[in-house]
Design a protein around this ligand. Structure first.
Ligand code: NAP
Length: 251
């Protein structure tokens, strides 16, 4: 029974959208490995829930802003699972909001390092464990973009928006490049979702304060993004690749 389960790696699976995706994936029949930056207890709680749903589940500390941590993460995934059927390239960060000239260079570099370089290197490391050209089974990658990529968000954090624009380009190009490897590559672009990420902007209540700008009139739940991710991972999306699916309530 356990052998029939597909294998999924989720970066940043300890909290927010990644944690909701891990829990849903376990219920949907996936075995799950999650990575986290520092929230070990939260990661352990996600693993416990996944196991209670019948999945094999593991958590590993790995900072996706560090090349050596990415290598260690995938080496462990190979050891645990042999091959991967899915990757949710989710780990991401924001920063305090403001104008570009007031943002520190270190802040901007950290966002680009984790959200762009990290995501590209995570996708790169997954290819040998997923590609039919490398003797694996093929599968699906879902990257986490953001509605910010097309909203721009001037005066909020244009450097974050730019990092997610890069994820859209990565998704389109890699969808083309990996089609013959048996790997579909898509992205979800969440709008305002109720997670801890907004606290980094300096205003933990930011999402609720601007919920009125969302046509559907509310902040979204992490589980609503997880549903879209699991759809794109599934065979129901077998003819969809290189696509960015917005989950933004119309925003
Ligand atoms: P979150 O609640 O802050 O959770 C972030 C997750 O990523 C945590 O598991 C965190 O680990 C992990 N993480 C952060 N930096 C990391 C690093 N350097 N290395 C490894 N793991 C790291 O965030 P979220 O709201 O779920 O966001 C998930 C993704 O969706 C991000 O890419 C974000 O940009 C995107 N997104 C979110 C929203 C939204 O409104 N929430 C909207 C659009 C896009 P720890 O728990 O150990 O810190």
């Amino acid at each position: 029974m356990t052998q029939a389960r597909k294998t999924l790696l989720i970066t940043g699976g300890s909290r927010g959208i990644g944690a909701a995706t891990a829990r849903l994936a376990a219920r949907d029949g996936w075995n799950v490995m999650i990575s986290y930056a520092s929230a070990r207890e939260a990661a352990d709680a996600v693993v416990k829930d996944c196991r209670a749903a019948g999945a094999e589940a593991f958590a590993t500390q790995a900072d996706t802003g560090r090349t050596e941590d990415i290598e260690r993460l995938f080496s462990e995934a190979k050891q645990r699972f042999g091959a991967l059927d899915g990757l949710v390239n989710n780990a991401g960060v924001t920063s305090r909001s403001g104008r570009l000239e007031d943002a520190s260079i270190a802040t901007i570099q950290n966002i680009i390092n984790v959200n762009v370089t990290g995501a590209i290197l995570v996708a790169r490391a997954a290819i040998p464990l997923m590609s039919r050209k490398h003797g694996a089974r093929g599968g699906a990658i879902v990257n986490l973009s953001s509605a910010a990529a097309t909203l721009g968000l001037g005066n909020v954090y244009v450097w974050y928006s730019a990092s997610k624009g890069a994820i859209d380009s990565l998704t389109i190009g890699l969808g083309q490049e990996l089609a013959a490897d048996g790997i579909r590559v898509n992205a979800v672009a969440p709008g305002l979702i109720a997670t801890d990420i907004h606290a980094t902007t300096g205003d933990p209540d930011r999402a609720n304060k601007i919920a009125h700008t969302v046509p559907l009139g509310r902040v979204g739940a992490p589980e609503e993004v997880a549903d879209a991710i699991l759809y794109l991972m599934s065979e129901k999306a077998s003819y969809i690749t290189g696509h960015v699916l917005r989950v933004g309530g119309g925003r």
